[in-house]
Design a protein around this ligand. Structure first.
Ligand code: AMP
Length: 413
């Protein structure tokens, strides 16, 4: 029955079986985050292109290569959101959230779009869950957010997860380090990939993320920012580590961690999972103390993370069982169909899942259908108005009073 139409490259349909998995992940996240005082926010699926150019950074892969950007009918440049933090900061400013009690703690979930080369765990439309605490520079906020993502992955039972931690320092203190790094890259430029070589001045940190063999060799001897942290940056990083130690959250320091967005300052972190192959990051984030100012707001420190729902589901690789149905209302005679519909409505109202035949099947066909959809009980409305209740597991069938059906079905195991 295949048609010539298929989901576009790098996208996928979430079929009911998969939707059940995802609902469990989303519920766990909502519960854990709500308990810590994070409130749900939703922003549009597209924004003015400039928001991402300014927020995410023109030198990043996301902005240079991966955005779905188009002109709307009014000639404005629009971009399908590639990430959630810049839009939330835009909303924070637009709605004057700096007047609320700080930090403003928010969480979100939804589709995001990046024009990447599709492969397992990497799609052009994917879904993220994310959390942000805006308006606090305390290491306690960093540690709280990391602990919440840790708790989510732990509660879901994601196997083989490791936390990598790094710090990028503040933009001012990073300057001297960046000069040192650029000098190292220039000194070895012949061994670097073209892409990295072209970005020595623009975005030297990205060299740490390169898959290119020559570049990797050069980066193995490169100075790292973690070694160069000093003053308040070093203190902040030490405090985050000490809070994680106190919470019993294991991590390793990765001095080469940079992450692909320009807005990060100080703490950055990444949860990787050994079940995911090449796309091993399941979630990550960091502090972005300069982003709100970058978007035209007052200096406002903030920290957050995002995790990929598809990657969590891939790592879990498990199926949540279909819910089945409490009852199917079958009819032995067509005159009973209206009554079946009324009865199903009453049962549903009482919190019992109930279905009726919508395909004009005979009684035998209805019983077969009830079995296929996993109905635990079948009510058979006879032509004379009496009713039978059949237990599908045991095959036992007995007469039942119509008025007592909700009670009888509701008490079924
Ligand atoms: P980022 O916004 O790049 O920090 O990514 C945060 C998380 O989103 C990653 O750890 C992944 O789990 C997920 N993610 C990012 N890009 C993709 C993609 N193209 N396909 C699927 N998941 C993604």
């Amino acid at each position: 029955m295949a048609s010539k139409y298929q989901a576009p490259r790098g996208t996928f349909d979430v079929l009911p079986e998969e939707a059940r998995n995802r609902a469990r992940i989303e519920r766990a996240a909502a519960t854990i985050l709500a308990r810590a005082g994070y409130e749900r926010i939703a922003t549009p699926a597209f924004e003015d292109t400039e928001l991402f150019e300014r927020g995410v950074g023109r030198s990043t892969d996301i902005v240079r290569k991966e955005m779905f950007t188009f002109e709307d009918k009014g000639g404005r440049s629009i971009t399908l959101r590639p990430e959630g933090t810049a839009p939330i900061c835009r909303a924070y400013l637009e709605h004057g959230m700096h007047k609320l009690a700080q930090p403003v703690k928010l969480f979100y979930g939804g589709p995001f779009f990046r024009h990447e080369r599709p492969q397992a765990g990497r799609y052009r439309q994917f879904h993220q869950l994310g959390a942000e605490a805006i308006g606090s520079d305390s290491p306690l906020a960093d540690a709280e957010l990391i602990a919440l993502l840790f708790e989510l992955l732990d509660e879901l039972g994601v196997p083989g997860v490791e936390l990598q931690l790094g710090s990028l320092g503040s933009p001012e203190s990073r300057q001297a380090y960046l000069e040192e790094l650029k000098a190292h890259l220039r000194a070895h430029q012949d061994d670097l990939s073209k892409d990295v070589r072209e970005r020595i001045e623009l975005n030297p940190l990205r060299a740490f993320d390169s898959d290119d063999e020559g570049t990797r060799v050069v980066m193995a001897s490169a100075p790292t920012i973690v070694e160069r942290l000093d003053g308040e940056d070093a203190e902040h990083f030490a405090e985050v580590r000490s809070l994680l130690d106190a919470a019993g959250i294991a991590y390793s320091i990765d001095p080469t961690l940079v992450r692909g967005l320009d807005y990060y300052t100080r703490t950055i972190f990444s949860f990787v999972c050994d079940r995911l192959g090449a796309q091993s990051e399941i979630g990550g984030g960091g502090r972005y103390d300069g982003l709100i100012e970058q978007l035209g707001g007052p200096p406002t420190p903030a920290v957050g993370w995002a995790a990929g729902i598809e990657r969590i589901a891939l790592a879990l690789d498990e199926a949540v069982e279909a819910p089945g149905r409490d009852a199917f209302i079958a009819v032995a005679a067509d005159e009973q169909r209206r009554r079946a519909t009324t009865l199903a409505g009453e049962l549903r109202h009482a919190g019992i899942s109930a279905e009726v035949d919508l395909a004009d099947r005979g009684l035998k066909g209805q019983l077969k259908h009830a079995d296929r959809i996993g109905a635990r009980r079948v009510v058979i409305l006879e032509a004379d108005g009496s009713a039978q209740l059949r237990d599908m597991a045991s095959g036992e069938q007995r007469p039942v009073e119509a008025g007592r059906l909700a009670d009888e079905i509701g008490s079924a195991p």
